[in-house]
Design a protein around this ligand. Structure first.
Ligand code: NAD
Length: 324
């Protein structure tokens, strides 16, 4: 009998990739999401379209499962989580999902639960200097995330780890750092920087101007989605509960990211820096602990991942009739 895995958030970006990975490893997979996947038919054996804030949906989803991957969250790019306009929803919706999944998972006798937290839990005071951000796992406290999204993630990390301590549940907690790749949101306001840059370059003629939020000197690192899924699987099978950073240590400025995309596209554009939500000044993954515990680190460069992502977004833009 193959093992049964539930992917919560299977209609989303990373969840969709994870479903395919689990299928390729021989798992029987159930997906659950409030929406169907935007860009492909889910590879899951069974897909429940339902709201994980509803206990009845969660009970149905976890029933009979060996493993649960909890990736569902009310989230988005900087345009969604840093404006403050969605704070109540972000906190209420994601916390309710997590409270439901862990408790009904426990009641159903689920064997292992994976939870995706975020680099957004790290204190803003350690991320003021774009050249020297600090994101080692133990630097999370004293806590001061720069968004309610980060606070909810911190609460939920603690929630899962409490269930591990008090109920002996097998729990794994990862902190994802800016995951990108094909089949992710690329327009509409919830897209992240790599997808936004690809879209802007794809929809602007050579020699034209693209807008960028902020001065572009803020730094980040970005991890290609296949690498993320590999780390998730290693964590689930591995000996350490976490929290562990899952990210890349290849830090770039947003200006460098834009230049990279232009270079891939073979198009030179002017950048017009405009005011907009940006998040912290600097952030980079610190992979010392995950290297030590699991021997994992990214296997390819940012450029290699961006090439695949640009190719996919350029194709989407073409189909949408907005490519230049
Ligand atoms: P995503 O938005 O594509 O996927 C999340 C999915 O959750 C969506 O499909 C959404 O419909 C679903 N969802 C939201 N509310 C729901 C509800 N009430 N009931 C059922 N489903 C619901 O995001 P993603 O990029 O695939 O991220 C997956 C997880 O990883 C999230 O928890 C996110 O916070 C975390 N994470 C992602 C990144 C990143 O860079 N992509 C970074 C850090 C953490």
């Amino acid at each position: 009998m193959s093992k049964k895995a539930l992917v919560c958030g299977a209609g989303g970006f990373i969840g969709g990739h994870l479903v395919k990975r689990l299928k390729s490893e021989g798992f029987w997979v159930r997906g659950v999401d409030i929406k169907m996947h935007e860009f492909e038919t889910s590879a899951a054996d069974e897909f429940i379209q339902g709201d994980l804030r509803d206990p009845e949906v969660v009970k149905r989803a976890v029933d009979g499962m060996d493993d649960v991957y909890q990736l569902a969250a009310d989230m988005g790019g900087a345009g969604y989580i840093f404006t403050g306009d969605h704070d109540a929803n972000v906190m209420h919706n994601s916390a309710t999902i997590n409270l439901n999944v862990v408790e009904f998972g426990r009641q159903a006798g689920v064997k292992r639960i994976f939870y995706s937290s975020s680099a957004c839990i790290y204190p803003a005071y350690n991320q003021m200097d774009p050249d020297n951000p600090k994101c080692s796992e133990d630097s999370a406290y004293p806590a001061e995330p720069d968004s309610e999204y980060g606070w909810e993630k911190l609460f939920s990390e603690r929630l899962y780890l409490s269930y591990m301590r008090n109920y002996g549940m097998y729990v794994r907690v990862a902190r994802f750092h800016n995951i990108f790749g094909p089949l992710g949101t690329w327009r509409g306001g919830r897209e992240k920087a790599p997808a936004a840059m690809c879209r802007k370059v794809a929809e602007t003629s050579a020699g034209g101007t693209m807008e960028m939020w902020g001065d572009g000197k803020q730094t980040r690192s970005f991890l290609y989605v296949d690498e993320c899924v590999e780390a998730v699987r290693r964590m689930m099978e591995g000996p350490f509960e976490g929290p562990l950073n899952v990210g890349s240590e290849e830090m770039v400025t947003i200006n460098q990211l834009a230049e990279m995309v232009m270079d891939i596209a073979g198009k030179k554009l002017e950048i017009n820096h405009v005011p907009g939500p940006q998040g912290v000044r600097g952030r980079n993954s610190d992979n010392r602990l995950i290297r030590e515990k699991l021997g994992w680190e990214p296997s390819q460069s940012l450029r290699a991942g961006m090439e695949k992502t640009y190719a996919w977004i350029a194709e989407q833009a073409k189909e949408a009739g907005i490519a230049k």
